[in-house]
Ligand binder design. Structure first.
Ligand SMILES: [Zn+2]
Length: 216
């Protein structure tokens, strides 16, 4: 093994400043008289000095990417939370619940009036703002069905409505005060309708608001 080979083995250690004093001396002496090993050392030093810069750039790029990823995850989380909240609010606003009839004094706030042949429901009181109205059909057995689903048409004797309210009653689009008339149906064209009622589905109680005069 010649001196150059020994020095080349030592050069990386020399460049990193981890040589013993003896080795440092030997390497420096050799380098002074050997251009090949000197240029070898230059190369090593350049590599050493370039790599921190490169590392820095790579690190910056990684950090930037992590920041973007964090931002995206944050945005998705915010959107997901907003979505859940909107869905929850929609559910509370649009899911019908049986109405507290006593609280809104419903039986006393409802009556029926006739204009010509048309039957109108007259509503009085603020409960109107919380309503959902479900058509309800009654039969001679005293059964009541919303929308007449699965209903025995032969036994049908009356048409009515069942009020429902929103799950959160405090959110109302408008509080209707005073009287409000809602058109129901033409009593001449709907001969099959013998009565119109309001059905309290909590207490299973029917309040007849209009009944056909059998002598007509
Ligand atoms: Zn040499």
């Amino acid at each position: 093994m010649n001196n150059c080979d020994i020095v080349k083995d030592l050069l990386p250690l020399y460049a990193d400043d981890v040589c013993s004093e003896e080795s440092i001396k030997a390497v420096e002496e050799h380098i002074n008289g050997c251009p090949t090993c000197r240029s070898e050392l230059e190369k090593l030093r350049q590599n050493v000095s370039i790599s921190p810069q490169k590392d820095g750039e790579v690190l910056k790029r990684i950090k930037r990417r992590l920041r973007i990823e964090k931002l995206i995850v944050g945005l998705i989380s915010v959107l997901a939370i907003c979505g859940v909240m909107i869905f929850g609010l929609m559910y509370l606003l649009n899911t019908a619940e049986s109405m507290d009839v006593k609280k809104y004094n419903i039986p006393n706030n409802l009556n029926v009036t006739i204009h010509g042949n048309e039957l109108y429901l007259v509503v009085d009181g603020e409960a109107a703002a919380f309503w959902y109205t479900f058509p309800t059909i009654s039969d001679t057995d005293g059964d009541h069905m919303g929308y007449g689903t699965g209903f025995d048409r032969e036994k049908k004797n009356g048409y009515g409505i069942t009020f429902k309210q929103r799950k959160i009653e405090s959110i109302a689009i408008a509080r209707i005060k005073g009287k409000c008339e809602i058109k129901l149906f033409d009593i001449e064209k709907n001969k099959a309708m013998d009565k119109f009622f309001y059905y309290d589905d909590v207490n299973n109680k029917e309040y007849v608001l209009w009944e056909r005069d059998k002598n007509d």
